[in-house]
Design a binder for this molecule. Structure first.
Ligand SMILES: *Cc1c(COP(=O)(O)O)cnc(C)c1O
Length: 457
């Protein structure tokens, strides 16, 4: 399954040729790539944890500082880009990235905060229907968030949290397993919250299929897109996702702690509140979600804005939005179709580089099917003596797991660090890599595999 493709030139010349042919090659120059001690570029492969800084970010942030200096409070209306509607400047590109209409998307707060706000509306446990389903290897913050939601409603997370787990013990979780689970717990599941791209394995779930299965079970379908936004072309509206949230500092390059995006399907948000027959969604409210025209009349009664904007609480952090604005401009120029095309060939190339040089010592747990992953490879270091046969992988012997690779594995990771490779280590034995199509090169993939081969020796 993982043998190198015959037509792939894995030499340094081959990698350089692919870079020359890459239609997106000029975009790397629009980013600051961290340097090694000798002034050369690091091999930066953690764009899935913190994306690199676009060179245009500085002026976008300075523009806000200058306007504040010049106008004080009047910057809300007089700034080059007035702060009052500033978040709206982000909406269109953001909506395109996730496949939504503008009224279904808003940028606000940070990710875990938004998950809670959305669950306040969309996790409404009642009677027997109160369970939440998440995926195995879910990101810790999501796990903490759903457990606390269950507890917040007075239920026991040990009883009402269901972790969907693969049937064969493998890291990849089949959609059919989740479907079966939903079928079994049909009358008990209130919500499924899934990582659209699982942070650990890099697996991209078939969200349309899961939305359908979730709705058939009478539950709500929510998605955490932290590792999917800016990585994979999404169609949240058409896939019938109920709600979603994501951060902007990973593939979206908005800078550390960058603001979060939120999606609320129009059937929940885009309704006419003035129609007395409409029952407004339950939500926690703040003044920024109040209808904009009358917000400053400071009325006593809360009249929500239409669409996702109605979920806003506070006036947003403009300096952070500025970083996101600069970054989204880059995405607007490239577009997801071109990005996806390069992403697929770069990830495939890196996969082949790794397997051809280090295939005996590592296993890539990320799905090899390009429709089931984005720009990520999770590379598991095999324990010494661990066999290469598929049977062995399915049923690890006690020996294989107790021969913990952690000590030597961590040494491999440190050797990579020393060689100027910036990647990510997950206990006990996995290195995560993100070959980001906006700024990583085929040559990066080549050098990574060379350095990994050296580090494994
Ligand atoms: C990165 C990430 C987070 C981080 O949450 P913050 O609230 O932005 O700190 C949460 N969930 C997932 C799935 C992530 O990948």
């Amino acid at each position: 399954m993982h043998s190198p493709l015959p037509d792939m030139d894995l030499t340094l010349e081959g990698a350089r040729k692919l870079d020359l042919l890459d239609p997106l090659r000029s975009f790397r120059k629009e980013f600051h790539v961290p340097k090694k001690g000798d002034g050369s570029d690091t091999i930066y492969l953690t764009g899935n944890s913190l994306g690199l800084q676009p060179k245009s970010t500085r002026s976008a942030v300075l523009e806000v500082l200058d306007d504040w200096e010049q106008f004080g409070i009047e910057g809300h209306f007089k700034a080059k880009r007035p702060w009052m509607p500033y978040h709206e400047f982000l909406t269109e590109t953001m909506a395109q990235l996730v496949g939504a209409s503008s009224s279904e998307v808003v940028v606000m707060n940070s990710l875990t905060v938004n998950l809670h706000l959305l669950m306040a509306s969309f996790y409404r446990p009642e009677g027997k229907r109160r369970k939440i389903v998440i995926e195995q290897h879910a990101f810790p913050s999501d796990r903490y968030a759903v457990r606390s939601q269950i507890g917040w409603h007075g239920f026991d997370p040990n009883e009402d949290l269901i972790v969907a787990t693969s049937e064969d013990g493998e890291p990849i979780l089949e959609e059919s397993t989740i479907e079966k689970l939903l079928e079994v717990h049909k009358n008990e599941v209130a919500l499924i919250l899934i990582g659209g791209v699982n942070y650990y394995t890099g697996q991209f779930f078939d969200l349309a299929r899961l939305a359908k299965a979730t709705h058939a079970a009478g539950a709500v379908f929510g998605v955490d897109l932290a590792h999917a936004a800016g990585n994979i072309q999404l169609s949240l509206h058409d896939w019938d996702v109920d709600f979603a949230a994501w951060c902007s500092y990973k593939y979206l390059n908005a800078g550390p702690g960058g603001p979060s995006g939120v999606f609320v399907h129009e059937r929940h948000g885009n309704v006419d509140w003035s129609d007395p027959s409409v029952k407004p969604s339950l939500r926690l409210s703040g003044w920024w979600g109040h209808e904009a025209d009358s917000r400053f009349a400071m009325p006593n009664e809360f009249i929500p804005m239409k669409g996702a904007e109605g979920w806003q609480l506070s006036n947003p952090p403009i300096l952070s939005l500025a970083g996101l604005r600069a970054s989204l401009e880059v995405f607007g120029k490239v577009g997801m179709p071109a990005l996806t095309e390069k992403s697929r060939s770069l990830t495939r190339y890196m996969e082949q580089q790794i397997l051809s040089r280090c295939g005996d010592s590592v296993e890539i747990i990320t799905p090899s099917d390009p429709s089931r992953r984005g720009a990520q490879l999770s590379v598991r270091l095999k324990a010494s003596g661990e066999s290469n046969t598929p049977e062995k992988l399915n049923t690890p012997t006690p020996n294989a797991t107790s021969q913990a690779p952690a000590a030597s594995g961590k040494a491999v990771f440190h050797a990579l660090e020393k060689a100027g490779v910036i990647c990510d280590w997950r206990e006990p034995d996995t290195i995560r890599l993100a070959p980001v199509p906006l700024y990583n090169t085929f040559e990066d993939a080549y050098w990574f595999a060379i350095e990994l081969e050296k580090a494994l020796k």
